[in-house]
Design a protein around this ligand. Structure first.
Ligand SMILES: Nc1ncnc2c1ncn2[C@@H]1O[C@H](COP(=O)(O)OP(=O)(O)OP(=O)(O)O)[C@@H](O)[C@H]1O
Ligand SMILES: [Mg+2]
Length: 296
């Protein structure tokens, strides 16, 4: 018989159609109370090693299309390690290897026939520190499409569309030939998002994209992400709990623990669920301690 969890109206928050009294919600096994949506990534029992060090163990979760999925958890629990696996960036780290599987639209992402360069075109990445190329604003955007062999009918148009898509066009349209490094941090980060969009990706991965930004720039990026998810699937790592709660549809909470046999601390997925439930009625006390600030 399915285990049942009691979730109250206060805990669930407004807007999800539950009656204003305590309700019994049938709890499914992993991935828990997550409603079905088209799956983009399916991770099964993923382990990630750096040499002999097991950084992350046994991660099983699905990532849904046109959603924002947030990875949260204390420093060193493997969030960056995991997000880098999603576009095979870990391949570039000597000694890094994965066990278990990641399916991307049903295909083995680590299959022998898969071209990692094409993977990184379809699954773009935005980093913590804005890292525009030391080139003009225009060339920052045009570079990717040229390198991957895209032949847009009109490159100017593609550059404009990408900059508009990243909500930075109005601020830079009169200085496209100037260096991207002359822009503010928040503008540079939006240039990096425009650069990611320019190669027509399917997924955008963001590893703490706002942690180097001021609150105003952060708000702009958050607003932008809300719009981007109409067209893209987004995975974000964030230390900012309010940010995860505000913008994401689902949240995965990770922690790092020493295994039964002792040794190094290894990252693991504690709980994955709809964001409102993670923040209002987590099932695991470790999640509750973290989201309420008692830990981390
Ligand atoms: N290139 C690497 N080589 C060896 N070990 C690594 C490497 N990158 C990360 N690690 C180790 O893997 C574990 C997970 O690191 P990771 O950077 O994924 O954590 P994180 O959750 O992103 O932390 P933070 O919140 O501080 O960014 C840590 O113990 C870290 O020291
Ligand atoms: Mg990290």
């Amino acid at each position: 018989m399915a285990e049942r969890t009691r979730v109250t109206e206060e805990q669930r928050g407004p807007g999800d159609g539950t009656a204003p009294i305590t309700t019994d919600v049938p709890a499914k096994p992993v991935p828990g109370r997550i409603p079905a949506s088209e799956t983009v990534f399916r991770l099964k029992d993923l382990h990630v090693f750096y040499g002999s060090f097991l950084a992350l163990r046994g991660v099983t979760l699905d990532i849904g299309r046109n959603e924002i999925t947030a990875f949260i958890g204390p420093s060193g629990c493997g969030k960056s390690t995991l997000i880098r696996c999603l576009n095979r960036m870990n391949d570039l780290i000597p000694g890094a290897r994965v066990e278990g599987s990641i399916e991307y639209h049903g295909q083995d992402l680590y299959g022998a026939e898969v071209d990692p360069v094409e993977v990184r075109r379809r699954i773009g990445m935005v980093f913590q520190k804005p890292n525009p190329f030391p080139k003009s604003i225009y060339d920052n955007i045009a570079y990717g499409p040229r390198v991957v062999g895209m032949k847009p009918a009109n490159m100017d148009e593609l550059v404009e569309q990408s900059l508009r898509g990243a909500a930075v066009w109005d601020e830079v349209k009169d200085k496209l030939k100037e260096s991207a490094l002359s822009l503010s941090g928040g503008q540079q980060q939006r240039i990096c998002i425009a650069r990611a969009i320019a190669v027509s990706p399917d997924v955008i991965l963001m590893d703490e994209p706002c942690s180097a930004l001021d609150p105003v720039s952060t708000a702009r990026i958050e607003e932008l992400m809300e719009r981007l998810k109409q067209d893209y699937t987004i995975v974000i790592v964030t230390h900012n709990m309010q940010q995860a709660a505000r913008i994401s549809d689902r949240t995965a909470f990770f922690t790092a623990e020493v295994g039964e046999g002792g040794g190094d601390r290894t990252g693991l997925l504690v709980e994955y669920d709809r964001t409102d439930l993670i923040f209002t009625s987590p099932r695991d006390t470790r999640t509750e301690d973290y989201v309420t600030g008692r830990f981390g």
